[in-house]
Design a binder for this molecule. Structure first.
Ligand code: GLV
Ligand code: MG
Length: 346
């Protein structure tokens, strides 16, 4: 195992120092753009004003014959756009694909200084992160990139889920992780054909009571994995995200899947369709009523200790910490969104 004192050393001479603390950012939605389509690229400057993260997708969903155009399109889009405070990410092809090496080397050479995060698909274990970490450090050094480009892993194989703690702890370059329910379902031999969300047959039946119809409750296929991912990420000071929701005709199911992830600790989700931007914004910005109640807890316990009653509910050091999570997030949202700032009473 690497010595603790070496953990934060740059992996190449001339590469920037890794972050000791990650930059504090608002990432409610990671909006996927297919960069090989010129018409889509032309809308990116407008899009960048509406979302927290713009991601140029080079991996799945990009046709094989468009892989090179997607990479070149991403570079062109990165050069041509002023992203302001909006983050720029790319999802590169998988490590075992014929495109990954050129994805990383060309993008780092051309727009390494504009890139915030590289999303790495199908991460199986810490060895995949170590490889990307070393390669990015070499390219940062070669091209004089000033700040470290972070790594975001997609958790989408059974082996990855088994190794999730080690992946989260693999490098100070780790930004966070997203659940990839489509590839994960295939990897686990789950019997589904969906991209995220529930399944009507994954359910629990109430006990029989004579001839009365039995109540049925559909269960969440992803609860176990999201909870495991959130623990691995939180324990290592990085962020967890819900990934894609593929049924664009079912906004309610998308919202409910996103909300479960938010309540369990996730910071955001992917938006694959423009309609999902508003859903993610609604879900991953805390509710105004909750924010106001949390602010009352902080006010009632200025030093965060002791116990008080508010509206008949006991508050102590632990609820103070929960309240702080909500108020801190609300403040980040408020900086970006004057309407929500007013709703929060800031
Ligand atoms: C995302 O990449 C997924 O496989 O769900
Ligand atoms: Mg996938």
């Amino acid at each position: 195992m690497k010595l603790a004192r070496n953990f934060f050393r740059p992996l190449a001479i001339g590469a920037p120092d890794p972050y000791r603390e990650l930059p504090v950012t608002l990432e409610r939605m990671i909006h996927f753009v297919p960069p090989h389509i010129e018409k889509v690229r032309a809308k990116v400057p407008e899009l960048a004003k509406q979302v927290d993260v713009v991601l140029g997708n080079l991996e799945d969903a990009i046709p094989l014959e468009s892989k090179l155009d997607a990479r070149r399109g991403f570079i062109a889009m990165a050069k041509a756009t002023d992203f302001g405070a909006t983050a720029l990410w790319t999802r590169i092809n998988a490590l075992n694909s014929p495109w990954m090496l050129d994805d990383v080397t060309e993008i780092m050479a051309e727009v390494g200084d504009k890139l915030d995060v590289v999303m790495v698909p199908k991460v199986e274990g810490p060895w995949d992160i170590h490889y990307c970490d070393q390669l990015l450090a070499q390219l940062e050094a070669r091209h004089g990139v000033k700040k470290p480009v972070l790594i975001h892993a997609i958790l989408e194989t059974a082996e990855g889920v088994k190794n999730v703690d080690a992946i989260a702890a693999a490098s100070p370059r780790m930004h966070g992780m997203s659940l990839g329910p489509a590839d994960l379902a295939a990897s686990r031999a789950m019997k589904t054909t969906r991209v995220g969300g529930g399944h009507p047959e994954y359910k629990v039946l109430a006990d029989p009571a004579g001839d009365a119809p039995r109540a049925v409750a559909q269960q969440d296929l992803w609860h176990y994995t999201i909870a495991k991912m959130v623990d691995a990420c939180a324990a290592n000071g990085i962020k967890a995200f819900y990934g894609p929701f593929g049924d664009f005709s079912d906004d309610s199911a998308c919202e409910s899947q996103f909300r479960n992830a938010f309540l369990l600790g996730c910071a955001g989700a992917w938006s694959l369709h423009p309609s999902q931007i508003a859903i993610a914004k609604r879900v991953f910005s805390p509710d105004a009523g909750e924010v106001k109640f949390a602010a009352r807890i902080l006010e009632a316990m200025p030093d965060g200790s002791g116990a008080v009653m508010i509206d008949g509910k006991m508050q102590d050091d632990a609820t103070w910490k929960q309240a702080k999570v909500i108020v801190d997030l609300a403040r980040r949202v408020a900086e970006k969104d004057p309407e929500l700032a007013r709703a929060y009473g800031f």
